[in-house]
Design a binder for this molecule. Structure first.
Ligand code: NAP
Ligand code: G4F
Length: 332
């Protein structure tokens, strides 16, 4: 596997939203890209199907230390992007142990694998604004104290600090990107933005009438996933390893998102959205707003896609997808 001179990147979570955009970007930069996949009974590579012939898949599971060491030893990557996680917040209350195993301890397994195979491998950890939880200051920066509000948020805090700890203990180039919510047409359908844009498309095309949502007052700092994977790469190209907040610097409520998404196709969201207590959470993160001044100054990173453009591109993509299903006689 070490025959070529190209830089090798390994991505855990390559089948997810961010993994797919990061893989595209790294291929464009001339990297050899290795994607970690776990065994499943049906294929999960839909998001990278269009580039699958240019990727090399290796099998490993973040709950299995031996498989992670073997994968890293086999590939000997220059850079590891640890994006794998149980990433859906509501599931973390239903499966808190699994969430801790994958999203928290999984990070240690990746760091341990790097430590025993080759400490010079650079590692990116996907930390999250969910760690700020019940925020103690606004906007949130790299210095803002953490106050997680879900088993997922707690697991991400562990992953964050173990990354800092391996950097400080072993001198490893291990960094955490504290990324605020980022979305795209490849976002999972269970997350609120994609649930809304998919709902808008179905309602517009007449296959659905109502959209059931939870807390419309929650505010998030939403950006475009493609902008955010660029920041991950930049973090691994610096002279010194460090942690960075990556955000849009704007906050909007779920209600604002509904208004923009329904409005884009000429619909009134209030005629279709139903508040449903089934989607309320045991503990909520009410407001997230990130300050990415450090990333702007040190990485030269800026988001390129605005909130309005993000909403519109997601609605347009879902309209096209739902229309195509209808054209093929499949009720979307
Ligand atoms: P996602 O779409 O949910 O993708 C998660 C990935 O993790 C999938 O490829 C999944 O593989 C993989 N995975 C789950 N359990 C695994 C295990 N035990 N072993 C190996 N792989 C496993 O997540 P995303 O939105 O791309 O986010 C990427 C990362 O950034 C995650 O760590 C997330 O927590 C973090 N993050 C995301 C955001 C955001 O707004 N998107 C913000 C901050 C941080 P399968 O396909 O096999 O399930
Ligand atoms: O889209 P969400 O499920 O994303 P959430 O919980 O903010 O988590 C996402 O962002 C984190 C970064 O801060 C990541 F680390 C994490 O992996 C994930 O990508 O929910 C956003 C907000 C919440 O306040 C939720 O209560 O939308 C509210 N909401 C209202 N109705 C809903 C719904 N969320 C979902 N999923 N479904 C609803 O029907």
């Amino acid at each position: 596997m070490k025959a070529t001179t190209a830089k090798r990147a390994m991505i855990t979570g390559i089948t997810g939203q961010d993994g797919s955009y990061l893989a595209e970007m790294l291929l464009d930069k001339g990297y050899e890209v290795f994607g970690v996949v776990r065994r499943t009974s049906t294929e999960t590579i839909e998001r990278v199907n269009h580039i699958k012939d240019r990727l090399i898949f290796v099998q490993a599971d973040l709950t299995d230390q031996t498989s992670v060491i073997s994968a890293i030893d086999e590939v000997r990557p220059h850079e590891v992007y640890n994006l794998a996680a149980q990433s859906f917040v509501p599931t973390s209350w239903k499966q808190p142990i699994l969430t801790g195993d994958v999203t928290a301890l999984g990070v240690t397994r990746v760091l341990e694998a790097i430590r025993v195979v080759d400490k010079s491998i650079r590692m990116y950890q996907a930390s999250s604004s969910e760690m700020f939880g019940k925020v103690v200051e606004t906007p949130q920066t790299e210095q803002t104290p953490l106050y997680p509000r879900s088993p997922y948020g707690v697991a991400k805090c562990y992953g964050h600090y173990i990354t800092v700890n391996y950097r400080e203990s072993y001198g490893m180039y291990a960094v955490s990107g504290i990324l605020f919510n980022h979305e795209s047409p490849r976002r999972g359908l269970e997350f609120v933005t994609r649930k809304i844009t998919d709902g808008v498309a179905r309602i517009k095309l007449g296959t659905q009438d109502k959209l059931h949502l939870g807390n419309l007052d929650a505010k998030r700092d939403w950006g475009f996933a493609k902008d955010y994977v660029r920041a991950m790469w930049l973090m691994l190209q610096q002279d010194e390893p460090d942690d960075y907040v990556i955000s849009s610097g704007q906050t909007h409520s779920v209600r604002d998102f509904c208004e923009a998404a329904f409005g884009h196709v000429g619909l009134d969201w209030q005629q279709h959205v139903v508040v449903d207590p089934r989607f309320h959470r045991p503990a909520e993160v009410s407001l997230l707003l990130g300050d990415h001044a450090k990333a702007r100054a040190k990485l030269g990173w800026e988001p390129e896609v605005s909130f309005q453009s993000l909403v519109q591109l997601m609605v347009d993509a879902d309209l096209e997808r739902v229309q195509q299903s209808l054209d093929h006689g499949v009720r979307a």
